[in-house]
Structure formats: structure tokens, C-alpha cells
Design a protein around this ligand. Structure first.
Ligand code: FE2
Length: 171
């Protein structure tokens, strides 16, 4: 389950309802998708998309997403650090960033315009929707492993647009 921290307030949230409500207050949707027992985290991408097809269809209906895929990041991927360097500086997209974690861990930092920076450590079973235009950045933890379902409205909009604020260096 996710852990949410607000570093500037020394606040840590690990209760699902508290996480949901804090993230909602800054415009971020968070859900637990509890059926991960039905599929191995190491199953094929097709099997994973199939196991979560109900949730994916609901998200598509709600957010206008047209495609879903499974991204698989492992520590031995060539040029992993170069790839991560694209997502570690603060940026935004002209497209929602929707991720459901199947395996491993991904850390989102959200920088709302009028509230403190929030770090969301996403674990298996956690779904996050970062709406288009939201300032954020992304990194892996020391396991350098994440497997996640991604949903897209239009993959062309997913290119990061950097704010060049340097804010990420403080967290
Ligand atoms: Fe992003």
C-alpha cells in the first residue's frame, strides 16, 4: 500500500482513507485495486491487462483513455539511469499520467501550485491519476523495479514539458 509524505510538514500518511482524501485535496485520484491475487505480478502483459480489465474499462469511461499497456522496468535495463533522468526533473504533460502498480515501487512527487509538495510512494495494488498540467516528477526506489499498467488518452501528449524550477533537488 502507498505511503504519502508531506516533507515540509513532517507528515506521513499510511491509511488508505487518509491518503485518498489528502491526494483528492490536491486534485490527485488514488485508488486501491484489490484483485491482484487473481494474477501473478510476473504474468504476461496480456494476462495482467485481462485481470484488471474491469478497472481499466471503468477508467477509460471516466477519463477518455483509449489505450492501456504494461511497462516493465528492471534494474538491468540498459541506460536505465538515462531513462529516469527524463522523469526526475519537475515536469508536466498535456495528458493525464495514470499508473497502476503491479510489482515494485514508483515514487511520485506532486508540486501543487498552492500547497506543499507531496511524495507518494506507490506499491503493488495502488492506482494514481495525475491530471494533465499537474507539476510532478517521478523516480524509482533502490529496488529499481516497477511493473505498471499505464493508460493513455493520446500517447503523443505524454512527452514531459520541463518547468526547470529545480524544485526536485530539495526533496
Ligand atoms: Fe510525468
Amino acid at each position: 500500500m502507498a505511503v504519502v509524505t508531506v516533507p515540509d510538514k513532517n507528515l506521513t500518511l499510511s491509511d488508505t482513507a487518509e491518503i485518498k482524501s489528502h491526494l483528492a485535496s490536491i486534485g490527485i485520484d488514488y485508488e486501491r485495486w484489490e484483485n491482484q491475487r487473481n494474477v501473478s505480478p510476473d504474468a504476461s502483459a496480456e494476462e495482467i491487462l485481462d485481470a484488471y480489465s474491469d478497472e481499466i474499462e471503468q477508467m477509460k469511461a471516466k477519463g477518455g483513455y483509449v489505450t492501456a499497456d504494461v511497462i516493465d522496468i528492471k534494474p538491468d535495463i540498459p541506460n536505465l539511469e538515462t531513462m529516469l533522468d527524463k522523469f526526475r526533473p519537475e515536469h508536466w504533460h498535456d495528458e493525464d499520467e495514470v499508473r497502476f502498480i503491479v510489482k515494485g515501487c514508483g515514487i511520485f512527487h506532486i508540486a501543487p501550485k498552492d500547497a506543499n509538495v507531496v511524495a507518494v510512494k506507490m506499491m503493488a495494488g495502488d492506482m494514481i491519476r495525475v491530471p494533465r498540467g499537474t507539476y510532478h516528477w517521478f523516480n524509482l526506489d533502490e529496488s529499481r523495479t516497477v511493473r505498471a499498467i499505464r493508460l493513455f488518452q493520446d500517447t503523443a501528449g505524454w512527452t514531459p514539458i520541463y518547468t526547470e524550477s529545480g524544485l526536485e533537488k530539495n526533496y
